[in-house]
Design a protein around this ligand. Structure first.
Ligand code: PMP
Ligand code: GLU
Length: 389
């Protein structure tokens, strides 16, 4: 009954684990849930107010399938300000979240058996979204000891005549990686030399703790599809607004696809795009970004110096990816990362996501989208398990 395509799809590991944990918490279990990546802040009041007003103004109908013109114009202004590139509304497609943007983008770029390169550890959904588009994900391992840098040298051996694209994600989930301008320029040059398209997922664009974001879109806007949205930078996960900015031909193709498979994203949410982007420096937002930076520092300090445990300091987003491989195995603290995560949950009441969901054995992802008091307790418990066993 179920199609071949969907029969083999795995559920999002992060979303399904979070749903299970929410059930346990609702039923009275005391769990520190550091699994899912969702800002633990309410959507800022000025955006909520705009939504209420928008309903009364009549933002309640279909808009153009690729998004309301005013919302697309606001995204163009945002791109000019942040990526220093002038784009037209005809280059913007607004979708129901960055996840859908990625899906529409891959469906528009990938032909059957095309190979798509991506660094590992990688966000959970990329391989499945590539497979849904009948493509083949090709993962390229990066090293925590080298800050999870993805370089042309690492990618080169994985090139084949079928390689057509490369997915980049900065700040990265699950590692928080933010590359230098030189590293990004080298990756774009590699893509040019091998005639690859690039999808650059920049959904964590405002959550930068050190330095600044260097977008490949600023280097080669014809080759790069920039994906972002409101979920993380504005704490608007439930509003489902993501966008793709790309060359005009691709945006038109994506618009045709979207007009058939979902039409416009929620019009009330679209009405808030201009308000959100124009108030990118609102004190409520700046205070949220600062809170994430303070939590990052807390975790980096709290988890440093544990024997056999490595991580690279996350330059952005709200995750820290602990490499425990030296501590795992038949004589280790647990057989593998999944068994470690089970021990951490059962013995210490701390929930994290095991690394294999991100294409990386022997590691766990800790989300710091939780209040500082919870993080302090979690650090103590993680240290207890790793230092006393
Ligand atoms: N890309 C990455 C790297 C993410 O972590 C997420 C979070 N779910 C998304 C895309 C999708 O975000 P959205 O809520 O906009 O669909
Ligand atoms: N991006 C979040 C995470 O990695 C949300 C989960 C998801 O969209 O799959 O936890």
């Amino acid at each position: 009954m179920i199609s071949q395509r969907v029969r083999t799809i795995q559920p999002s590991a992060t979303l399904s684990l979070n749903a299970k944990l929410q059930d346990l918490i609702r039923n009275g279990s005391e769990i520190l849930n550091l699994s899912v990546g969702e800002p633990d802040f309410p959507t800022p009041e000025f955006i909520r107010e705009r939504a209420k007003q928008a309903i009364d103004e009549g933002w309640t109908r279909y808009t153009a399938a690729s998004g309301h013109i005013e919302a697309r114009q606001a995204i163009c202004r945002h791109i000019a300000r942040t990526r220093k590139i002038e784009v037209e509304p005809s280059q913007v497609v607004i979708s129901s979240g960055a996840k859908q943007s990625l899906s529409q983008c891959l469906l528009s770029l990938v032909d059957p058996a095309d190979e798509v390169l991506l660094g590992a550890p990688h966000w959970v959904s990329y391989p499945e979204l590539i497979r849904l588009a009948d493509g083949v994900p090709v993962t390229v391992k990066t090293d925590s000891k080298d800050g999870h840098r993805l370089t042309p040298e690492l990618l080169e051996p994985h090139l084949t005549p079928r390689t057509t694209g490369l997915i980049l994600n900065e700040p990265g989930n699950p590692t928080g990686t933010v590359s230098s301008a030189d590293d990004i320029a080298a990756l774009v040059e590699f893509a040019r030399a091998n005639d690859l398209w690039i999808i650059s997922d920049e959904i964590y664009e405002s959550l930068i703790h050190d330095g600044e974001l260097h977008s490949p879109f600023s280097v080669d806007p014809q080759r790069v599809s920039l994906i972002s949205g409101l979920s993380k930078s504005f704490s608007m996960t439930g509003w489902r607004i993501g966008w793709t900015v790309c060359n005009e031909a691709q945006a038109a193709a994506m618009g045709r696809l979207q007009s058939q498979n979902s039409a416009n994203p929620c019009s009330v949410s679209q009405a808030c795009i201009a308000t959100a982007l124009e108030h990118h420096d609102h004190p409520e937002l700046l205070s949220m970004y600062e809170t994430f930076r303070v939590r990052r520092d807390l975790l980096v300090e709290g988890l440093s110096g544990i024997p056999g445990v490595h991580f690279s300091v996350p330059g952005g987003a709200f995750y820290i990816f602990l490499d425990l491989s030296e501590r795992l195995g038949s004589t280790g603290i647990a057989l593998d990362a999944e068994a470690f995560a089970v021990r951490l949950l059962e013995e210490k009441g701390v929930a994290v996501v095991p690394g294999p969901a991100f294409g990386s054995e022997g590691a766990i992802r800790i989300s710091f989208a939780r209040p500082e008091a919870e993080l302090r307790i979690a650090i103590t418990r993680i240290r207890e398990l790793l230092c006393e066993s």
